[in-house]
Design a protein around this ligand. Structure first.
Ligand code: FAD
Length: 401
């Protein structure tokens, strides 16, 4: 049995290693001249390769129950796999990095294993077409090959300069598969207003509430990075897939920022709190009171938007208006960043058409899928590489004659 893995990225490498360890004749075809190009960019060059918290609510798919089965079947085997590659982790708040703090450590460990197992890797060839007759006929930019089984580990189309440019979706479609709508995810969100220059560079804790068609669908708490285009940072990233999908389906998407996440209580309670602050801080202006808990640029912006002067006193201003801006600041969404800037894709090959135990296609015998090409992704924090490793391990362990 000759097996082809298309793509020497995270999931393809793990899959090929596992197959070869089982004595299976496996070849990888990779369009780049090196393996793991995207892996090197991960975690800002540090590679956040896993997360201690492996609950299914960290992962998304149109078919969440199937995804849950996939995760539960392999989550215990990821760390032993890396331990066997000699990787010593550094764990920060549950986030796993190689102890070296270098993504190259992970890439080199995978490469070392490929070499030791004598896995055949064909570089600089792009798979352009795959047809299934008795066997798979694989056309590349340079050759035509015949294989008994094919694993599509080609990624999605996020950050296409790393190699995964969406061709995998086309190959899967040509082989009869359904692609759930693909949109960018884990990316910044652009706004429509003209004042973002005023908050550019600010980093501030907030609670972000995503409202879709007037209904709250998600909340994220964490540090928001305010930029000249809009908002960014991990909690923004974690909302971006829903925003992109909603906008693509013509839904109304709104984000509200609570800029005082440290305050527990209602707007009425917050007004009461500010009443007390103003009494405590006698003779203080509203600007000075706000500066006690909010970034100065945000204070100035809120005062500008509410047309309240820095030097006015609490008693003189429209209290409900300023409280609305502090607790429920409306961010007017224009669009999300595109695939070039996104870390992953939301959507992909439908899990309904795949056997969750083996990740073999239910439509084309001998065809398998791993990694981001599938309709599955995770939040920030090591979950997307987690999915790549787990799906690579499933196919590596279960692909059979
Ligand atoms: C900037 C950035 C930072 C990230 N940071 C993290 C992080 O810290 N933690 C985390 O969990 N996730 C992170 N991710 C996401 C993670 O990198 C991906 O989810 C993961 O790499 C997907 O693995 P994959 O095997 O499906 O695809 P990829 O790793 O994209 O690999 C696909 C491979 O297939 C090759 N290929 C594609 N088409 C063809 C073809 N036609 N012929 C031959 N070869 C082909 C590509 O060149 C590539 O090498 C990050 C992503 C980006 C862009």
């Amino acid at each position: 049995m000759k097996v082809l893995v298309v793509g020497a990225g995270a999931s393809g490498l793990v899959c090929a290693i596992k197959l070869k360890e089982r004595g299976i004749d496996v070849t990888i075809i990779e369009k780049n001249s090196k393996l793991g190009k995207k892996l090197l960019l991960t975690g800002n060059g540090r590679c956040n390769y896993w997360n201690e918290v492996q609950s299914s609510d960290k992962y998304y798919s149109s078919d969440r129950d199937i995804l849950k089965q996939i995760i539960n079947s392999k989550k215990e085997q990821v760390l032993p796999f890396f331990d066997n590659l000699g990787i010593i982790p550094k764990v920060i708040n549950g986030y796993y990095y190689p102890y070296s703090n270098q993504a190259t450590t992970i890439v080199k460990a995978l490469e070392n294993k490929l070499v030791k197992l004598k896995i055949n890797v064909i570089y600089d060839e792009e798979v352009l077409d795959i047809a299934k007759e008795q066997k798979f006929i694989v056309k590349t930019s340079k050759n035509t090959y015949i294989y008994d089984k094919v694993v599509l580990a080609m990624g999605g189309k996020a950050n296409p300069k790393t190699g995964s440019d969406g061709l995998g979706y086309k190959l899967a479609t040509n082989l009869g598969h359904t692609i759930r709508q693909v949109v960018p995810a884990l990316v910044y969100i652009e706004g429509k207003d003209n004042y973002y220059q005023d908050w550019d560079g600010v980093r501030s804790e907030a609670i972000l509430t995503l409202v879709e068609n007037e209904k709250i669908i998600k909340q994220e708490k964490g540090e928001v990075q305010f930029t000249k285009l809009g908002i960014s940072g991990i909690c923004t990233f974690n909302l971006s897939g829903d925003v992109a999908l909603g906008l693509a389906s013509g839904k109304k998407e709104e984000i509200y920022l609570n800029l005082v996440p440290w305050f527990q209580g209602s707007k009425k309670d917050f007004k009461e709190f500010l009443n007390k602050q103003s009494k405590k801080l006698k003779n203080y202006t509203i600007g000075e009171i706000l500066e006690g808990f909010l970034n100065k640029k945000l204070v100035n912006l809120i005062l500008k938007l509410t047309k309240i002067k820095y030097d006015q006193k609490w008693e003189e201003i429209n209290k409900d208006l300023i409280i609305e801006y502090l607790v429920n600041f409306k961010f007017n969404i224009k669009e999300t960043g595109d695939f070039v800037n996104a870390q992953v894709c939301l959507g992909g090959v439908s899990l309904m058409e795949i056997d969750s135990n083996t990740l073999e296609s239910k439509l084309v015998k001998g065809l398998y899928f791993t990694g981001e090409i599938l309709d599955a992704h995770g939040v920030c924090g090591g979950y997307n590489l987690g999915l790549a490793w787990m799906t690579g391990l499933i196919v590596g362990d279960n692909l059979n004659d």
